[in-house]
Ligand binder design. Structure first.
Ligand code: PLP
Length: 302
């Protein structure tokens, strides 16, 4: 996987939220800070417990893609971890301000972070940070993926909501450890597999599998994050008359597909060129089409 070069950063927009969603001190809803100056207190529960939620939004030629779905998913994640309701209007303004504060670049990655705030304060902290996206060009040509056991069965998330299925929390250390394991095994990325033998998702991506005119992803109730990218792709495929479905798939079913991808908002569509020891066909034409959908630039897509 391409390692980040030193990216250009925008200032950080810091929003400290009061209980009812209003700014905690009654002043401006957010302020501009510098990314290379201290902004967070060491007592913030995100620093001590990883207790918070986030979103990563892709911005292409200055336009954020799927902003509303991302903010709605953030609100849903906040609800799942029992944070106060978020003011999505303020957050949308702050995202735009972060984009405006950054030098214009073709691909920008904007992170929206909301934490439980300083321990005992009851007031969440939020910040938004825009940075030049990593260079994902090599991944968009094809990636080697290894399957790794996630240690959970597909029915487990339903009776165990404390596992926070479907929430994008800031506790991504396990996901990052899995990615390092993939690199140790000579691969670029991971496809998590459940203990009952089904493919789930990548540590930062959603699985998309093509068999002829049928396109399949993992059902959200298997404990995966409902992706904004897969929603956009399915909308376009459905409009083209293809069959799209959410169904559990085994690694063998993915390995025997016509093509498969890992989708996400910043890297976009990364075609799976190898799954464990099996080579898959990389469909460069389809990949380019998927990338244009995910950049919000495909005719008919949002
Ligand atoms: N699954 C996980 C665990 C993720 O972290 C992500 C994105 O970061 C995705 C799926 C893909 O989500 P989206 O398409 O909304 O970027």
């Amino acid at each position: 996987m391409t390692q980040p070069s030193t990216p250009a950063h925008s200032p950080v927009l810091v929003w400290v939220m009061g209980a009812a969603g209003a700014p905690a001190d009654g002043s401006e809803p957010f302020r501009l800070g510098k990314a290379d100056e201290p902004q967070l207190l060491v007592t913030d529960l995100v620093a001590t417990r990883g207790d918070g939620v986030f979103e990563t939004i892709g911005v292409f030629d200055g336009t954020p893609v799927n902003l509303d779905p991302h903010l709605r998913r953030l609100a849903r994640s906040a609800e799942l971890v029992e944070l106060p309701a978020l003011d999505l209007t303020v957050l949308a303004q702050a995202v735009q301000a972060a984009i405006d504060a950054h030098a214009p670049v073709p691909e920008l990655t904007v992170r929206v972070m909301v934490t439980r705030g300083v321990e005992g304060s009851g007031t969440p902290t939020a910040w938004i940070h825009a940075r030049t996206a990593e260079d994902w060009s090599r991944c968009r040509e094809g990636i080697a993926v290894v399957t790794l056991d996630r240690g959970l069965s597909t029915p487990v998330p339903r009776p165990s909501p404390w596992l926070l299925p479907g929430a994008k929390t800031l506790s991504y250390a396990v996901n990052m450890a899995a990615t390092r394991e993939a690199v140790r095994r000579g691969a670029d990325d991971v496809l998590f597999v459940s203990t009952d033998g089904y493919c789930l998702e990548g540590p930062t991506s959603t699985l998309l599998v093509q068999h002829g005119d049928t396109w399949t992803t993992t059902p959200a109730d298997a404990g995966v994050l409902p992706g904004t990218s897969i929603a956009s792709v399915f909308e376009v495929l459905r409009a083209e008359g293809a069959t799209v479905r959410e169904e559990l798939m085994t690694p063998d079913q993915v390995a025997s597909a016509d093509a498969a991808w890992l989708l996400s908002s910043s890297r976009l569509a990364a075609p799976i060129a190898r799954l464990d020891d099996t080579r898959l066909t990389v469909d460069a034409h389809r990949t380019a089409q998927l990338i244009s959908v995910l950049k919000g630039q495909y005719p008919g897509s949002r």
